[in-house]
Design a protein around this ligand. Structure first.
Ligand SMILES: [Zn+2]
Length: 316
């Protein structure tokens, strides 16, 4: 399988492979339980072993150097979105032991547990809903749709612009996100960020508070992205301005990329070529329980098939 994958990667002419994760953990926390399935600690280490068999791992600095001229090399950049504390607790020790660099994309408004991503709020509410299924109807049930199934679906459909509604439902349910942030400490703290930075982990911006970019106007998109990178450069001391789109870059126009003050940006559309300059797509490793080798084999094969139909490129 290793030789076949090497061959597929070379054939694809995609020498820069960029996987992304959120958390790495054997236990699944309520705030992401209903959104994605994190890799366990052993699985994550196996993923790394697989990447190291096929690619040379890059730091963000190396990536800046190599990206336009990879030559005959094959490289990977390991990335984490949302700045979760599990990255420090479980991924960081493995990365250090294996001497593998990585990049963590932060939402400045959530660092130090000062705020909570609205989708994480929704996931917590769904967990509460399940735990209380015996309670029957009440105000918050009315508000979320009347029955449990509808309530769950309705909660998941709430967007960034409905954060007020999410907070209102939480209030009706007697759920305090402030208490959750305090007791669970889901995000990285600044001392941890600094410690990781000192050990070679680098950081980028992931917007200020994780909106879906297609829902925003150009001005708000630029502000969200630029401010998060300004913050990372100022507070963490990065000199490279890197940005990873929250959710995805779907529907984001060329003008955004032209006007953004960034060295490079990252999307979440799997293995693809992108029309936007200095914009690189990434592959989620949290999609199923397959091994990294199986996921890569499938995705590089898919990429080859898409090429046949000219569907490997994102046009802007
Ligand atoms: Zn994110």
């Amino acid at each position: 399988m290793n030789k076949l994958l090497d061959m597929l990667i070379d054939l694809s002419k995609r020498p820069l492979f960029i996987p992304f994760y959120h958390a790495v953990s054997d236990t699944v926390a309520p705030h992401y339980k209903n959104l994605y399935q994190p890799r366990g600690e052993v699985e994550f280490e196996r993923d790394l072993d697989c990447f190291l068999r096929h690619f040379e791992p890059l730091s963000l600095d190396d990536f800046a150097r190599v990206k336009n001229n990879p030559g005959k090399g094959r490289y990977c950049l390991i990335t984490f979105d949302d700045g979760l504390s599990e990255v420090y607790e479980y991924a960081f020790p493995v990365l250090q032991r294996k001497k593998v660099p990585a990049v963590v994309f932060l939402n400045p408004r959530f660092v130090d547990n000062r705020g909570l991503f609205y989708r994480y709020k929704v996931s917590i509410l769904i967990e509460e809903l399940r735990a209380r299924s015996f309670e029957g109807y009440s105000d918050w049930m009315q508000e979320t749709g009347g029955d449990f199934e509808t309530a769950e679906k309705n909660l998941l459909s709430l967007g960034y612009g409905q954060t007020g509604k999410i907070d209102h439902i939480a209030q009706l349910m007697g759920v305090s996100f402030a208490n959750y942030l305090q007791s669970e400490q889901p995000y990285l703290t600044m001392p941890r960020v600094r410690e990781m930075k000192g050990a070679g982990i680098q950081f980028g911006g992931h917007s200020m508070d994780h909106p879906f970019f297609a829902d925003l106007g150009l001005k708000a998109q630029l502000q969200q992205a630029n401010e998060s990178m300004d913050w990372v450069c100022e507070k963490v001391g990065e000199t490279i301005r890197a940005f990873a789109f929250p959710f995805s870059d779907e529907g984001v126009k060329k003008t955004f990329f032209e006007q953004l003050n960034a060295d490079f940006t990252f999307g979440t559309a799997k293995i693809k070529v992108d029309d936007a300059k200095n914009h690189y797509q990434r592959l989620s490793m949290e999609v199923d329980n397959k091994s990294a080798g199986q996921i890569l084999l499938r995705e590089f094969t898919n990429y080859q098939l898409k090429r046949l139909f000219g569907r490997h490129r994102i046009k802007r």
